[in-house]
Every structure is written in structure tokens, then in C-alpha cells.
Design a protein around this ligand. Sequence first.
Ligand SMILES: *[C@@H]1O[C@H](CO)[C@@H](O)[C@H](O)[C@H]1NC(C)=O
Length: 353
Amino acid sequence: MATRWRLCVCSLGILLLVPCSLSEEFSLAGSLHPVVEVVGQDVVLPCQLSPQAGLPSMDVQWRKAGPGFILVHEYMHEGTQDLPGEGYQTRTELFLQDFSSGNVSLKLKRVQVADTGTYHCFVRNPQWTLEATTELQVAAVAPVFIDVLGPRGQGIGLACRSAGWFPKPELQWVGKNWQNLAMEIVTNMTQNVENLYSVVSHVTVTEGEDNGDISCIVQNGLLETERQSAIHLSGDVFPHVSPWLAAFWVLFTLVLIAAGACAYAGYTAKQKASQKKRSKEESLLNLANEKKTREAECQELHETLDAERKAFESERQELRKTIASKEKKIKELEEERQELRKTIASQKKGWFG
Ligand SMILES: *[C@@H]1O[C@H](CO)[C@@H](O)[C@H](O)[C@H]1NC(C)=O
């Protein structure tokens, strides 16, 4: 009521050509805090005239701070011109029905990351111009997925992926038992042409005593919201070495060792046998040689003996002959002696007789 009254008074003043500084009475307010909106959603950038009243002849302009102070939307000449700026076609709207209450807020549809920035709202009438600012921050969140990549050594490889975040998100793996999560967590972040971030994180989970749920949490610091995905890893999924397989390997190793030992023993035995054989052969050869020499020696001895025997024989023959002649001589001598005795005896007779 008071505003209406003041307007009336002022209008009267203008009519009476009395200077009237109406802008002193009016003020324009944007938002003290940044307006945060999610990509793809519609947002209202507030701009409110105080006192809450419409003005008969009022132009409204929205511009975005940046190179060139880009025109976002323009309302002029009592609504004969109500147009979005270049690059904002079909995305901007003013609440014309609320103009009467001084609400000149802008509706920006299907926000994009590129819409982030400071917006200036201007309200102008022939006498004055008012300006207010509102900051817009755009955020994006996306669903999170966990992929089971399969066995990785003694553990299971997991990947957490999510595409379409803004600003840069924070990724975190959470497990009941933190020791189950290998120290190696590799996280990669990429940004696409629409400035949205994609995140992929790899982790290897080894089997623990109590494997519960393992979660991948991706957080948006601006919205203070998070998206997560969880997976339950039961003991069965881990690569197990079965006791039979372990036993098999132990046995296999033992068999291998035994086979190796046997082969070695056989080899050495063979070596020894062949060595023995060789030495036997050698000794046999030696014996044969010796036999030959012995035989030759024997032959020689035989020959010598024969020769000697022959020599003896002839000697004996000669000796016999000599003995025979000697015996003959002895007989002759005996006969001679007999004769001599007879002679002597006859002589004796002659002498004494
Ligand atoms: C202006 O009006 C719109 C649509 O009714 C509403 O969403 C918005 O909150 C209003 N703004 C203010 C600052 O009151």
C-alpha cells in the first residue's frame, strides 16, 4: 500500500515536473549464495525488485559475465521485445506474470557445464538502472558401476567406472576390512568435450577372513552428494588352490626329483660298468699278450732242452763206448796178469823143483 502511495506521489511529482529520485527507493537483489543446479535440469536465477512492485515502463536484461558480457535474455518496450540472446535460443524464459510483483528472475533450461558463471540482471527505466548479480554453479552426477575383471594373482580384479561428473569427483573404495584392498588403487580421470569427467578405478581384492561388501563411492563436492555401487565377494570367487592340486604338485615334484636321481644313478652305474668292461678287456688283452710271450718262451726252452738232451745223449753214447773199451782193456790186462802168474809159477817150479 505504502509503495503504491509513494508511486502515486512520485507520478504526481513527475507530472508536476518535480524532480523525483525514485531509484533511491528501489533496490534489486540477486542471490547471495551461488545457485547450484544439476546438468540437464532447469534453473531459476533469482532477481527481485524491492519493494515488490512492477513498474509501468521497465526493461530487463540478463547478461553473463565473460568475454563480451554475453546477452542471455532481453525484455524491452513493454514486452514487444522478449528475446533470448544468441546461443540461448529456446533455453531462456522470464516470469512475465510475476513482473507485477517485481520478480524478474530468469529461467534457464537444460543447463550445461558451460553455463557456470556470474549472471547480471539489469532493470532499467527512463530515469535509472539497477543491477544485481547471481552466480550459477553447475554440477553433474552419474551412476556408478563395478565390473568384476576376474582373477588377478591371488585376488580378484575389480573396476569401478562412472561417466558424466562435474566438477572433478572424488573416488573411494570402501571395504569392511581395509586390509583386503590391495594398496594399488589406480584411478584415472578424463574430461570430455562437454567438460564432464569420467572416472575409472582399478583395485585388486585379496581374500580375507571376512569378505563383506566392497563399495566404490564417487562424491560430488559441490552438491555434497555421492553415488555408489557395492559388490559382495564371497570366498568362492577367489582363485583357490585345491588341496588335490597342491598334493598333485607336491607328488609331481617328488616324482621328478626321484626320476632325476634314478637317471643320474643309472648314468653313473653305466659309466662305471663300461669303465669296468674296458679295464677287463684291457686286462684280457694283456693276458693274451703275456700268454703269447710265455708260449714263445716255452718254445725256446723246449728247443734248448731238446738240443741239450741230444748233446747229453751223444755224450753218453761216447762215454759208454769209452767204458766198453776201458773194460776190454781191463780184461786184456787181467788175462795178461793171469798169464804172467802162470809164467811166474812155472819158473818157481823150475827153480825149486
Ligand atoms: C519468481 O517466480 C518464479 C516462478 O513463479 C519462482 O520460481 C521464483 O522463486 C520467483 N523468484 C523470487 C525471487 O521470488
